[in-house]
Design a protein around this ligand. Structure first.
Ligand SMILES: CC(=O)N[C@H]1[C@@H](OP(=O)(O)OP(=O)(O)OC[C@H]2O[C@@H](n3ccc(=O)[nH]c3=O)[C@H](O)[C@@H]2O)O[C@H](CO)[C@@H](O)[C@@H]1O[C@H](C)C(=O)N[C@@H](C)C(=O)N[C@H](CCC(=O)O)C(=O)O
Ligand SMILES: Nc1ncnc2c1ncn2[C@@H]1O[C@H](COP(=O)(O)OP(=O)(O)OP(=O)(O)O)[C@@H](O)[C@H]1O
Ligand SMILES: N[C@H](CCC[C@H](N)C(=O)O)C(=O)O
Ligand SMILES: [Mg+2]
Length: 495
């Protein structure tokens, strides 16, 4: 329980109508979650407007409304008008939970691809170093060993603060989290002070939301601009940057933190040499300011060398010894749904991967090509209600890099699967003829087609859904797991 004045401390220009000393029992940004004595924060969203539910919130017991524009509520209710309710939600949430982020070391990873993988690698390093770790990201949220469900990659600010507070109560030392560009743009992480900010890469995605690559870049840079600014914690801040990325330098320029660069092509602080890619992993020497170390990882693909270098740099930033980092990284068997093998005794390889961007697909197919002796067969689709412009580019990537492509449905959401497939096909047609691809909307049948045509030495990549255990069709969430579907089909044939 807190007083309203305490919660408004970091919000400038708030105009209050009513009692400022009222005690707040809880906060909610969804009127349906309001309980007696709560403050309801109205958010103008993309689907609806929270201001429309102010009265509803009052009926559920809200005594305070935080709004950006006029709301009609009884005069007994305190109304606070602020410029940005999403920002207010974040700052009020941090204050309500007594600034949990200040009691933790927080490592934030942003970038188009590699966030989930990199956070998993860092988690392993920190655990190996004896730290208690919390994880926040696409696959799962985790407090030490307790796994919690996930709705978004980066939770809404209030939920994030509640989660960080739970971590503090559980004795967590480090929170390692993915910071999506949506979260940065929508102020989900405002009020959360990072100790390390990591940039993996930036390539096209989410233009439905950000509209331009410049806006997308600016959203990601926020994590670095805020690093070490108005710091409440007395410790070193590190900006860890992939300097091989064409935008890497721009992150270096905006950050207030100490910079550690990583890369393969550039003269980076942490770099990889003598890279040896195999089908079952990659070996390389990590050269760092604290010496070199030979690493033999179970993750394959050049992109995983980058993810590992980011994790090495992160470990060094936390003063973890190289032998500990080595042991931790070498123990990682894989990340669920990322180049995950499905094996039922078949004479060809089947990989389920989460590539859902042009760059992700290019990376995963290039990696697979390295160990494909026969044909590389790709099954993929694109999500509905997401960046439409990436669809033909992904079509082009698969057409160029695969020997055969099966286009299928991903999560169509509110869109027509056939139309999404037509968008992808636009990119395929100019590159290859109909003998090199097919369109099978039903994802299970598409996977069956690819597995039926595969012969010894071939590699089948099923991309886009990775760890997902569902398929979103319209508003329905139907059970669907690429790994289970592939296994079931393979078992029918090979065991
Ligand atoms: C575009 C986007 O990010 N939208 C997020 C946003 O929704 P919104 O603001 O549009 O909400 P809205 O549905 O219009 O509702 C407005 C307000 O009215 C409230 N409301 C609504 C109904 C009611 O009866 N009462 C009520 O109070 C809602 O609680 C909300 O506060 O805020 C919601 C609450 O936090 C999020 O769940 C929602 O994520 C949606 C589901 C989503 O799909 N987001 C994706 C695009 C996303 O964020 N992805 C990134 C990862 C991307 C990547 O890196 O690949 C992520 O971090 O997950
Ligand atoms: N560093 C990287 N560079 C390019 N592609 C990568 C990289 N790491 C992983 N990938 C590819 O992108 C896919 C997604 O990887 P990962 O889940 O680690 O990224 P993410 O940034 O967390 O994605 P999301 O935005 O969905 O949270 C992988 O399955 C792989 O195909
Ligand atoms: N975090 C990404 C995941 C995309 C995964 C793909 N399966 C899809 O549904 O488009 C997004 O929300 O855009
Ligand atoms: Mg992720």
């Amino acid at each position: 329980m807190r007083r309203l004045t305490d919660l408004l401390k970091n919000i400038y220009g708030a105009q209050v109508q009513g009692d400022l000393t009222v005690q707040i029992e809880g906060l909610a940004y969804d009127s349906r979650k309001v309980q007696p004595g709560f403050a309801f924060i109205c958010i103008e969203g993309y689907k609806t407007d929270g201001h429309l539910f102010a009265q509803n919130a009052v009926e559920n017991g809200a005594t305070v409304i935080i709004a950006e524009k006029p709301v009609t509520v009884p005069s007994s209710v305190t109304v606070v008008t602020v410029e940005d309710t999403r920002e207010a939600l974040a700052y009020m949430g941090a204050a309500f939970y007594d600034y949990p982020g200040d009691k933790l070391n927080i490592i934030g990873v942003t970038g188009t691809n590699g966030k989930t993988t990199t956070t998993h690698l860092i988690e392993n390093i920190l655990v190996k170093a004896g730290k208690k770790v919390g994880l926040i990201g696409t696959i799962k949220n985790k407090i030490i060993d307790r796994v919690l469900p996930v709705t978004n990659t980066t939770p809404e600010s209030l939920d994030l603060q509640a989660l960080l507070a739970e971590m503090v109560d559980a004795g967590v030392d480090y929170a390692v989290m993915e910071v999506s560009s949506h979260a940065l743009e929508l102020n989900r992480v405002a009020g959360c002070e990072y100790d390390q900010a990591i940039f993996t890469n930036i390539t096209q995605d989410h233009l439905d939301f950000h509209e331009t690559m410049d806006n997308y870049l600016a959203a990601k840079q926020k994590l670095f601009i805020n690093l070490g600014k108005n710091s409440r914690k007395s410790r070193n801040k590190y900006g860890i940057i992939n300097i091989d990325d064409s935008k890497g330098q721009s992150f270096l320029e905006v950050t207030h933190g100490q910079v550690i660069t990583y890369g393969i092509q550039s003269a980076a602080d942490v770099r990889a040499e003598k890279i040896d890619l195999r089908s079952d992993g990659v070996s390389f020497t990590a050269v760092t300011p604290r010496g070199s170390v030979d690493l033999k990882l179970n993750l394959t693909g050049l992109f995983n060398v980058y993810n590992s270098l980011a994790a090495v740099a992160s470990g060094l930033g936390e003063n973890i010894a190289l032998p500990v980092i080595k042991e931790a990284l070498e123990e990682v068997k894989g990340v669920p749904g990322r180049m995950e093998k499905v094996e039922a005794g078949q004479p060809f390889a089947v990989l389920v991967d989460y590539a859902h961007t042009p760059d992700g697909l290019e990376n995963v197919l290039s990696a697979a090509r390295e160990f494909t002796k026969g044909r590389l067969i790709t099954v993929f689709g694109c999500g509905g209600d997401r960046d439409r412009t990436k669809r033909p580019i992904m079509g082009e990537v698969s057409a160029k890099l695969s020997d055969f492509t099966v286009l299928t449905s991903d999560n169509p959401r509110s869109e027509s699967p056939a139309e999404i497939l037509r968008d992808i096909e636009e990119g395929v047609k100019p590159i290859i003829g109909p003998e090199k691809y097919t369109v099978i909307e039903d994802r299970k049948e598409a996977i069956r087609h690819a597995l039926n045509m595969a012969r010894a030495g071939d590699v089948v990549v099923i991309a886009g859904k990775g760890h997902e255990t569902y398929q979103i069709v319209g508003t329905k969430v139907l059970p669907f797991d690429d790994r289970e579907v592939a296994m079931e089909i393979l078992k029918e044939k090979f065991s």
